[in-house]
Design a binder for this molecule. Structure first.
Ligand code: PLP
Length: 439
């Protein structure tokens, strides 16, 4: 196999059968579409190249920068493509959550611009997401940017409609699978493959997987966010199910250790979600069926992710005082206060107010006299024990009141006497027109 350019190596990834003794399904042949074997390492190589290639010559002529709202695999692929063509690449993102990918982007010469999300509530009079404003600016004619626009660009989906989907059908000797299971990020891969499979077999069953509420699986949306994605159409999927971060890691371990497939957490989520979903169908089958899931990228980029959630896998002691260990009952029992109650409590008892949002959002506006300890840092602090006296009243504040409730539950378990979470977070505070200050 000889090629003139690495971009020609994108696509034509193998379809590999998972051994029945691993998945335990008796009547279903389960195959992994190995998108992790694309040259830049993921399923996003295809759309990145498909979205960028048409505008590349003009961008080189004008000296434009390639820009994308991505902190993960799309950014990685575009950073390589930009660098190969001598163009700058800028990744615009809410928060860079995977340190290995951030480092790799920097290594590739990318610029990273981190912006707060809407729920972090930058400006109380502004209901528009800073990313949305940025997005509009990027798309203006003559902006100096080649904006690949993965959340709305049909070329994202087309890369899979014309590539990934037909490859699966070809490898299954012309008859597409009965079930297709994929994680949903921009929804490009699942929708594109689904369209190709439906043209081949209108009866194909399409399962979309998202992260469980308040769980983070890098690269995909959670159940609350999925409707916000431009390319997402609920009619694409026969079923949408959620997978927890722990289940994704379990699935990943099976792929890594038992199948020799070095896929990352979304590959693991897809495997776990596929087997869980197919088990119930398998039991009543009387004929053989075929199912395919996608292994999106490789495990190596997720060591910090694994270390945080399953330190024992990396020979490290279990993390003490972790929110991941809370039960839903503990979270539900956390003390919360609405805005009016919080204001009264602040006036009477002067609790320490801890704002868990990102520093950008805090710097823009916050509750007077609050201190900013961004959630990742707070997480580190509580591993070492209570970061303040057990009797000092504490009000925890986050964007919408979900994270703060979890930390309130954790601190309560750790012996704190009076910690409360602001219900609805800074967004509720803003909506109640309670005062916010800027230093
Ligand atoms: C690791 C990983 N898995 C899965 C996906 C989902 O792909 P899509 O954007 O096509 O829905 C992404 C998307 O960025 C990803 O980075």
């Amino acid at each position: 196999m000889k090629y003139d350019s690495i971009t020609e190596v994108i696509g034509d990834t193998p379809l590999v059968r998972v051994a029945p003794e691993v998945h335990g399904l008796r009547n279903i042949d389960l195959y992994a579409k190995m998108e992790m074997l694309n040259p830049f390492g993921s399923v996003k190589d295809r759309p990145a190249w498909n979205m960028a290639r048409a505008g590349l010559a003009a961008a080189v002529e004008r000296g434009d920068s390639i820009v994308e709202l991505s902190s993960g695999n799309t950014a990685k692929a575009l950073a390589v493509i930009a660098a190969m063509n001598g163009l700058p690449f800028k990744s615009v993102t809410n928060r860079m959550k995977v340190p290995e990918i951030k480092d790799l982007l920097l290594l590739l010469g990318a610029q990273i611009e981190e912006l707060p999300g809407q729920t972090e509530c930058l400006d109380p009079t502004d209901t528009e997401d800073p990313l949305t404003r940025m997005y509009r600016m990027l798309s203006e004619e003559g902006s100096g940017y080649l904006h690949t626009d993965q959340y709305f660009n049909p070329l994202n989906m087309d890369a899979h409609h014309g590539g990934t989907g037909p490859e699966i059908i070809k490898d299954l000797d012309g008859r597409g699978p009965d079930h297709f299971i994929a994680c949903v990020g921009t929804a490009g891969s699942s929708s594109g493959v689904a369209a190709a499979l439906r043209e081949n077999n209108p009866g194909v069953d399409i399962v979309g997987l998202v992260a469980n509420k308040s769980d983070f699986i890098p690269g995909i949306r959670n159940i609350d966010e999925v409707n916000e994605v431009g390319l997402f159409d609920p009619n694409t999927y026969d079923t949408i199910e959620s997978v927890t971060a722990q289940e994704a890691i379990d699935g990943m371990l099976t792929l890594n250790r038992r199948c020799g497939m070095l896929g990352g957490p979304t590959g693991g989520a897809a495997y776990f979600g596929a087997v869980r979903y197919l088990k119930t169908i398998d039991e009543s089958l009387t004929e053989r069926k075929t199912a395919v899931f996608i292994v999106c990228d490789r495990v190596e980029s997720y060591m910090s992710y694994v270390r945080q959630r399953r330190p024992e896998l990396l020979n490290q002691p279990a993390r003490a005082n972790s929110v991941a260990s809370l039960t839903e009952t503990e979270v539900a029992a956390a003390k919360t206060v609405d805005v009016a109650q919080a204001r009264q409590w602040i006036a009477e008892s002067r609790p320490l107010i801890v704002d868990l949002r990102g520093s950008f959002a805090y710097a823009a506006l916050h509750i007077e006299d609050s201190v900013n300890i961004v959630d990742e840092l707070f997480d580190e602090l509580v591993h070492g024990g209570l970061p303040f006296g057990a009797s000092k009243p504490v009000l925890l504040v986050c964007p919408v009141g979900e994270k703060s409730a979890r930390y309130a539950a954790l601190l309560t378990r750790m012996g704190h006497k009076d910690v409360r979470s602001l219900r609805g977070g800074v967004v509720a505070w803003r909506d109640a027109s309670a005062p916010l200050v800027r230093d």
